[in-house]
Design a protein around this ligand. Structure first.
Ligand code: NA7
Length: 534
């Protein structure tokens, strides 16, 4: 590529839903932009997570862009919860529909990005030797994209095949006749375990923390319900934006606390939500994520379901979670607990017998060696900061983002970082991101960033940087909101507690509507809390 082509207004890292829309918006502003993407196609998390059963836990009519009426009218979702291939097709459709591909460079990893205070520009370097110069750098790298592969002694000695759910082979994996071990029982495991169990000769699940899961009751969408939403799509989107988590407007919002009603009413509410299926289960009462006693009533309801489903009482007890429900992201499943009734499935409790090593033949716990042909690491991600910090990002005076965030991520609004002018993080730590429908949060961020770029242009300013005091206040606010909830009470990826050595900080912000209002106010007040200079 010629040097001139590498002089851009905007470099965008990542071609998932955030990067695709950012490119589209940048072009609408008349800015030159290029997306750099490590994968061989667009779609981000939906490009990588091809494990069996991969599916979104937000309903498909909500997990989609709302910025173009024609797009939302023409696209047809087939199921209540869209499977990964369908979401990937949607991402491909968007890339084609808006002619985005000509500005997307695939199979290319960004290795570093450095800001030059003299020129006010970023230089982004890739593993293919590109050097891109841009006024703005937008990290659209996703919250759950940096795979967390645990370091287990002897892992390389294993003679069978190993796969991480987030780096699944495109050709798929044929488990027929094989002895398979799955490490982990988070969402990825819960979705894949029932399917792997049907295909494999034997499946052994290595569970460190039992998980709460509610049924998806996934099914085909009926023409009537699609028509109902499409008949008022903009209003439907607006209704969802008014929800705490930016989804679920069709399910009644809670009005009372779980302890303010009789046991019968409480149970009736849980029953109804269980029948309804999905993440709305935790929306039954106002206090479920705030009051441990209220939370315990919901937790106990799920535990009863596990005991009623799993026929071997000893296995059922091993599957019973004891942490606060919702503290780790609630899972949504199809036949997960039933899978443990199959004769070819074994559950290993790692809290009782931890993994000691991986051997050439399988996994050895403190109690026994499990011989395996395949190991599936369903061990999650270095969430929220992982993808950002795997790039060597240097701000003013060569300061590394990794150093600035040594004690946990510090941002203003989850959008900007002091010391890193003209850097934007889409759904960055300190914004609602993973506690919401990501599509809504992505769209809100992209539009805010695009408006901000436009404002800078129209007012003749070239640089924007979060002020340190605004950032400090914001970090305190995010922590304060987190501290009113039950989220800090368990070792979740929201806190970075799943990655050994990672600083424990609650990274997302609870509550989309208030957050959006704050972002709008900041913009209306001339980007209050940011320094705008020439
Ligand atoms: P998660 O939810 O982080 O789950 C990872 C699982 O792997 C979880 O059960 C972990 O147990 C387990 N794990 C991680 N490291 C180890 C080691 N070293 N040994 C044993 N077990 C381990 O990731 P997912 O991919 O399932 O889902 C991530 C999100 O993607 C999900 O919430 C949706 O939003 C989409 P732990 O609980 O840490 O004890």
């Amino acid at each position: 590529m010629s040097d001139e082509r590498n002089q851009l207004d905007v470099v965008i890292v990542g071609a998932g839903f955030a990067g695709l829309y950012m490119l589209h918006k940048a072009r609408q502003l008349g800015l030159s932009a290029r997306v750099i993407e490590a994968g061989g196609g667009v779609g981000g998390t939906w490009y990588w997570n091809r494990y069996p059963g991969a599916r979104c836990d937000i309903e498909s009519l909500e997990y989609s862009y709302g910025f173009d009426e024609d797009l939302q009218q023409e696209w047809e979702w087939s199921e209540r919860y869209a499977p990964q291939p369908e979401i990937l097709s949607y991402a491909d459709h968007v890339a084609d529909r808006y002619d985005l591909r000509r500005d997307i460079q695939l199979d290319t990893k960004v290795v570093s990005a450095a800001y030059d205070d003299g020129t006010g520009r970023w230089t982004t370097a890739t593993d293919r030797g590109d050097q891109l110069s841009s006024q703005f750098l937008v990290m659209a790298t996703g919250c759950l994209s940096a795979a967390n592969v645990p370091e287990i002694a002897g892992a390389e000695s294993f003679t069978g095949a190993s796969y991480h759910t987030g780096q699944w082979p495109h050709e798929g994996v044929d488990f027929a006749g094989l002895r398979v071990g799955v490490i982990g029982t988070g969402s990825s495991a819960i979705q894949s375990i029932p399917i792997i169990a049907e295909q494999a000769a034997e499946l052994t699940v290595f569970q460190r923390t039992p998980t709460y899961s509610v049924p998806a009751w996934n099914r085909s969408l009926t023409p009537e319900e699609v028509a109902e939403v499409k008949g008022r799509y903009q209003e439907f989107r607006r209704d969802n934006e008014l929800q705490m988590a930016a989804y679920g407007s069709r399910v009644p919002a809670p009005e009372r606390g779980a302890l303010e009603v009789s046991e019968e009413e409480r149970r009736a509410e849980y029953e109804a939500r269980w029948r309804q299926g999905g993440l709305a289960f935790l929306g039954g009462f106002t206090d479920l994520l705030i009051d441990p006693v209220a939370n315990e009533t919901a937790a106990e309801f799920i535990r009863e379901r596990i005991r009623a489903t799993v026929t071997d009482p000893e296995v059922a007890e091993r599957l019973i979670p004891d942490q606060v429900v919702g503290c780790k992201r609630l899972c949504v499943d199809t036949g997960y607990y039933d899978t443990y009734n199959r004769p070819n499935v074994t559950l290993v409790d790692l809290r009782k017998s931890p993994i000691e090593e991986i051997t050439p033949a399988g996994i050895r716990t403190s109690e026994e060696e499990h011989e395996l042909d395949v190991i599936v690491y369903a061990t999650g991600f270095d969430a929220m900061t992982g993808a950002l910090l795997r790039v060597d990002i240097r701000g003013r005076d060569g300061q590394a983002l990794k150093d600035a965030w040594e004690a946990g991520p510090r941002t203003y609004l989850g959008l900007g970082v002091h010391g890193f002018p003209n850097l934007f993080t889409i759904t960055g730590p300190g914004s609602p991101s993973v506690l919401t429908n990501m599509m809504v949060s992505i769209q809100q961020h992209v539009e805010w960033i695009a408006d901000c770029m436009e404002h800078l242009r129209s007012t003749g300013r070239g640089r924007i940087e979060a002020l340190p005091e605004a950032q400090d206040e914001w970090v305190d606010y995010v922590n304060m909101v987190g501290s009113f909830t039950l989220f800090p009470t368990c070792n979740s990826w929201y806190l970075g507690a799943n990655v050994p050595g990672k600083t424990r900080v609650f990274m997302p912000l609870l509550g989309f509507p208030l957050y959006k209002e704050k972002c709008d106010q900041v913009a209306e007040a001339g980007y209050e809390g940011f320094a705008l200079t020439s």
